[in-house]
Design a protein around this ligand. Structure first.
Ligand code: NAP
Ligand code: GLV
Length: 320
């Protein structure tokens, strides 16, 4: 009997060819609606493999319904949507898609840094609304990127890729990480600093840690109060790492200059969310890895992991 797999969103059809030759493949076909929980609860009962996205919460109560599940293949590098401990306790392998999205996500992070510092979205709106009456010396002035200090919180794959971009802008790079990275310091010319010193000293703070119990609300009222009034916060990691109420307060009272946000505590973010009403916020819908090439590569790797998992082979990128 062929192994059964469930795929929780449409993926490019050509990528499923090999999988379909080996497995019985069932797909949630709606591109714009996540699979409802009750459907997932039904499907999980007798499948051998699950291909899911960061929009699916894979928790204990769901896993309790799985009778034959061997592998959960997440099409994302972040896996905070999955209860890893609960999966491992049940002998289920979890995989993610690290590495292949690193450069694309670093590009987007740098794009947010540029957009916020030079007020790109605000300026484009100003022009479209017909508010551009003349050129004047201090009109729509922003903050310099070239030569500024970049503070990275979470010096992993994407953090390092961001440093490489920043070096082209002659930026001084400092970082805070759970563990120190002497090799990275030497190779990329970055300096380690304590979190508070990064917050006090950097012109740009980029959050690039995973979302865990330790990083939940890592940046709250106290941390934001340490930042300079000209500083910019960029979050392309996960929403819950920054306290959104405190961030709104800091931005709306100009305690910090601006924020670039690709991720939110609740996604999709409510369009009436107070943060979205602020001119100094550039908000985008979790598109860090969203290029055609990268998303295809992520889907390919996630399918490969799924296939290896259901055929009792070792998948390529196992979460441990
Ligand atoms: P990574 O290589 O694992 O890097 C994460 C870094 O964060 C590691 O260096 C890790 O330190 C550090 N870290 C972990 N917990 C920490 C803590 N409590 N305090 C300080 N540092 C801590 O991951 P990555 O590939 O760069 O991705 C980072 C995150 O970005 C992902 O987990 C995901 O949530 C997010 N992401 C978002 C998008 C998007 O579309 N917006 C796309 C890709 C990724 P250690 O070396 O000590 O483990
Ligand atoms: C996207 O957010 C990812 O974790 O890959």
């Amino acid at each position: 009997m062929k192994p059964k797999v469930y795929i929780t969103r449409k993926v490019p059809i050509d990528l499923l060819k090999e999988l379909k030759a080996v497995c019985e493949v069932d797909v949630w076909e709606h591109d714009d609606i996540p699979v409802p929980r009750h459907v997932l609860e039904e499907k999980i009962v007798d499948i051998d493999g699950l291909f899911c996205l960061l929009t699916e919460t894979i928790d204990q109560s769901l896993l309790d319904k799985a009778n034959s599940l061997k592998i959960i293949s997440n099409m994302a590098v972040g896996y905070n949507n999955i209860d890893i401990e609960a999966a491992h306790k049940r002998g289920i392998t979890v995989t993610n898609t690290p590495g292949i999205l690193t450069e694309t996500t670093a590009d987007l992070t740098f794009a947010l840094l540029m957009a916020t510092s030079r007020r790109l979205v605000e300026s484009a709106e100003y022009l479209k609304k017909g508010e551009w009456k003349t050129w004047s010396p201090m009109q729509l002035t922003g903050q310099d990127v070239y030569g500024a200090t970049l503070g990275i919180i979470g010096m992993g794959r994407i953090g390092e890729a961001l440093v490489r971009r920043a070096k082209g802008f002659d930026m001084t790079c400092i970082y805070y990480n759970r563990s120190r990275k002497p090799q990275t310091e030497k190779e990329l010319g970055v300096a380690y600093a304590e979190l508070d010193d990064i917050l006090k000293g950097a012109d740009f703070i980029c959050i690039l840690t995973p979302y865990t119990n330790e990083t939940k609300n890592l940046i709250g009222e106290r941390e934001l109060s340490l930042m300079k009034s000209t500083s910019i916060l960029i979050n392309t990691a996960r929403g819950g790492i920054v306290d959104e109420i405190a961030l709104y307060e800091a931005l709306s009272t100009n305690k910090i200059w601006a924020a670039g946000l690709d991720v939110f505590e609740e996604e999709p973010v409510d369009p009436t969310h107070p943060l979205l009403s602020l001119p100094n916020v550039v908000a985008i819908p979790h598109i860090g890895s969203a290029t055609v090439n990268t998303r295809r590569k992520m889907a390919e790797l996630a399918i490969e992991n799924l296939l290896l998992g259901v055929t009792n082979q070792t998948p390529k990128s196992v979460v441990i």
